[in-house]
Ligand binder design. Structure first.
Ligand code: ADP
Ligand code: AMP
Length: 217
């Protein structure tokens, strides 16, 4: 049976991680977040983490070769045998080509690319109010999705923190980098007839419903 490989596309702050948590649980797919893997490496002070840090702090992309190798290794693990939900990867045309090749080598392909669209002004509000959990990267928002207890993750009880790269100056660069390097993937996946767009300005619950409606169809 073919696996389900789904790529969540959208600008930083669109709600990819929030929706990936819901969808991966509902569809029982591994959730692969490249940003979470880099942050885990940073926390554990691995060579990869140390190397990625300067790019992440500046809101720049980690070089393609490093990122592609990291995701290829992750995709080779047994929990991805039946598919995976990719969040934050691919982010460049070279990464998209590499992913297509990797999947083709195992007789697989991308099933579809849900694109969560949100205008830039809203992204700034989303990212500046985002609170992330230290242990497992669960996300909350000071106004839109507050945790029950201030500074504590509802799901695992660990401390919430504000990511360094959610500061306004870094956010502006991340949105620029997205526009320059990642947004061409919208056309790329449209041409491949894999893309469908979901209005990411709706409530978290509504966006999940729209995504699952399509993915279950
Ligand atoms: P991404 O993974 O695309 O960078 P996140 O899932 O981390 O985005 O969401 C960014 C912030 O916006 C978080 O604080 C999250 O709680 C909040 N958020 C996500 N989806 C919505 C939504 N539909 N409406 C309002 N806030 C949202
Ligand atoms: P994210 O958690 O998706 O917002 O990613 C945080 C940061 O990790 C990005 O700003 C990049 O520095 C780095 N990163 C995550 N995914 C990728 C990727 N696919 N390619 C290059 N860099 C990435």
């Amino acid at each position: 049976m073919a696996g389900r490989f789904i790529v969540l596309l959208g600008p930083p702050g669109a709600g990819k991680g929030t929706q990936a948590a819901v969808i991966s649980k509902t569809l029982q797919l591994a959730h692969i977040s490249s940003g979470d893997i880099f942050r885990e490496n940073l926390k554990n002070e691995t060579d990869l983490g140390k190397m990625a840090q300067k790019y992440m702090n500046a809101g720049e992309l980690v070089p393609d070769d490093v990122t592609i190798a990291m995701i290829s290794e992750r995709l080779s693990r047994t929990d991805c045998e039946n598919g995976a939900l990719l969040d934050g990867f691919p982010r460049t045309p070279a990464q998209a080509e590499a992913l297509a090749e990797k999947l083709a080598e195992r007789g697989e392909h991308i099933e579809c690319v849900p694109y969560i669209s949100v205008p830039a002004e809203e992204l700034i509000t989303r990212l500046s109010g985002r609170w992330t959990c230290r242990e497992n990267g669960h996300v909350f928002h000071a106004q839109y999705n507050p945790s029950k207890k201030d500074g504590v993750c509802d799901i695992d009880g660990s401390a919430l923190y504000q990511r360094d790269d959610d500061k306004p100056e870094t956010v502006a660069n991340r949105i620029r980098v997205y526009m320059d390097q990642t947004s061409p993937l919208i056309e790329y996946y449209k041409e491949n007839q894999l893309l469908f767009e979901v209005d990411g300005t709706k409530s978290i619950e509504k966006v999940s419903e729209l995504l699952l409606q399509k993915l279950n169809a």
